[in-house]
Design a protein around this ligand. Structure first.
Ligand SMILES: [Zn+2]
Length: 476
């Protein structure tokens, strides 16, 4: 940790003006703050001003995760802070005050300075936006746990107003979303309207419903159309196709012939394309983790058939599932390159960087990331290296939670109060039932491990999605 002493020395060398007006107090205390690095990350991602200052050329070093230099701009400011409540409570606890020395120098008078205090003895931090004017009458008040919540909400809602997300993979047809039924047991009243509200509040403006069987494909088209009428804030589209683990159930064990079923899928897709409801062929692919549901040879056979019949005829992008299959999916897609020409996304990616780069470089595919892509240090290392312009965001809800035990959890800034399904409370999320609103957490983890702003990640992924789904317009 950079000490105050060192920066006091720097200040002595810095003859810049000694008057600072505290114009605005922006507490960013959050229960999740544990250290300076995370505080800095939070600020970088949530306070545009801090970002704009940090990314000015002279502060590039700081923007690259260098710790803020701990300094106070002048003695008067330092004394005022020391005298204030915050100063007392935090300094007495061994708080270090961080005022970025770099940010306090060479700035035009219109630029604001950022002053941060962090306490390492308890999880408190405070950001003050100050302006380079005469030190005024501004007072500072200590933040406490009671107003933490409020500030977090403010910060969250003002931020989400700027962010836009497309959840490219949501299993919203599941009973737990539409009926409050979990594994066959009714647990609570339906809260789909609130799920949509929460998603909207986080900036989700499009959701692609994932279908994995023939019946689901049909239902997804119907539900997307229905929900588009009912919830105009979000544009719903869907996939049509059979999931690799369900190929035996759908194509082999069925009373209908595989050809008839493929034709039925094609009919559903063709119908759904008339009004843009069907966005992709999927989810199709390979999954060797769950061979008990469907052997690999059947998976491969019907992957190829869906490429040949569905993808080739419709010209839709692919929504691909790739789980523990080595390079098999890559090879089948390469061998059938003539069947698909609208690109695609390998969703829920959790494999090696090498494989990801082969999908990207050889097949021009995008990589879809959700909580399942962020479970280990190894996966975070992959995400860190993935080119930002090839990443799409998804939740794969209700699955793929970013859990407290996951290494990426440390980067999450947006938390949703949750109750167990049995103790459901209307208006709160349900424990371990991920929803489209949680997409912001996926973006936060990606931003955290890449050292980028949340907005940079959200915007880039948003644009990437529209590059893949070219027929979409951004209004919706
Ligand atoms: Zn999948």
């Amino acid at each position: 940790m950079v000490g105050v002493e060192k920066d006091t020395r720097q200040m002595a060398e810095d003859p810049s003006e000694d008057t600072v007006n505290i114009m605005d107090l922006v507490p960013v205390t959050g229960t999740g703050f544990g250290g300076r690095r995370r505080t800095i990350e939070f600020m970088r991602r949530n306070i545009p001003l801090a970002h704009s200052l940090m990314t000015s050329s002279r502060n590039q070093q700081m923007a690259r995760n260098e710790p803020f230099s701990a300094s106070l701009h002048n003695k008067q400011t330092r004394n005022e802070i020391a005298k204030s409540q915050v100063g007392k409570s935090t300094l007495d606890n061994g708080t270090h005050l961080f005022l970025s020395n770099a940010m306090s120098r060479g700035l035009s008078s219109s630029l604001k300075l950022l002053l941060v205090t962090t306490a390492f003895s308890r999880t408190t931090c405070l950001a003050l936006v100050v302006q380079r004017k005469r030190f005024g009458t501004a007072t500072m008040s200590a933040t406490n746990d009671a107003d933490t919540e409020q500030h977090d909400n403010t910060s969250s809602s003002s931020r989400s107003a700027r962010l836009r997300f497309v959840d490219i993979g949501a299993n919203l047809l599941e009973d737990r979303f539409t009926a409050g039924i979990y594994r066959g047991t009714p647990r609570h009243e339906p809260d789909f309207d609130l799920i949509i509200d929460r998603a909207t509040q986080q900036g989700v403006c499009r959701i692609v419903l994932t279908a994995g069987t023939v019946a689901e494909s049909r239902e997804a088209v119907a539900k997307a159309r229905e929900w588009n009428q009912q919830y105009p804030a979000i544009k719903f589209t869907c996939t049509v196709g059979v999931h690799p683990t369900r190929c035996r159930q759908e194509f082999v064990d069925s009373e209908h012939s595989a050809d008839d079923l493929l034709q039925e899928l094609l009919d559903i897709a063709t119908d759904g394309m008339t009004d843009g409801t069907v966005a992709a062929v999927g989810e199709i692919g390979l999954d060797y983790d769950r061979l008990e549901f469907c052997p690999a040879d059947i998976q491969k056979e019907y992957l190829v058939k869906q490429l040949q019949v569905l993808a080739k005829t419709t010209g839709l992008p692919l929504f691909l599932h790739n789980r523990s299959v080595g390079t098999d999916l890559l090879e089948i897609l390469s061998a059938n390159r003539d069947c698909w020409n609208a690109g695609g996304v390998v969703h829920s990616f959790d494999d090696t960087l090498e494989l990801a780069m082969q999908f990207i470089d050889d097949l021009y595919l995008y990589i879809g990331l959700n909580g399942c892509s962020l479970r280990t240090d190894e996966s975070l290392a992959v995400v860190k290296e993935l080119p930002l312009d090839k990443i799409l965001l998804e939740t794969d809800c209700p699955y793929c939670e970013v859990r407290k035990t996951h290494p990426g959890y440390q980067y999450i800034q947006t938390h949703f109060e949750a109750k167990a399904e049995k103790k459901f409370e209307r208006g709160l999320t349900v424990k371990s039932r991920i929803e489209p609103c949680h997409i912001v957490q996926v973006a936060e983890v990606i931003a955290g491990c890449k050292g980028l702003l949340l907005k940079e990640v959200a915007d880039a992924c948003f644009d990437n999605t529209f590059r893949l789904y070219q027929s979409w317009t951004k209004e919706k």
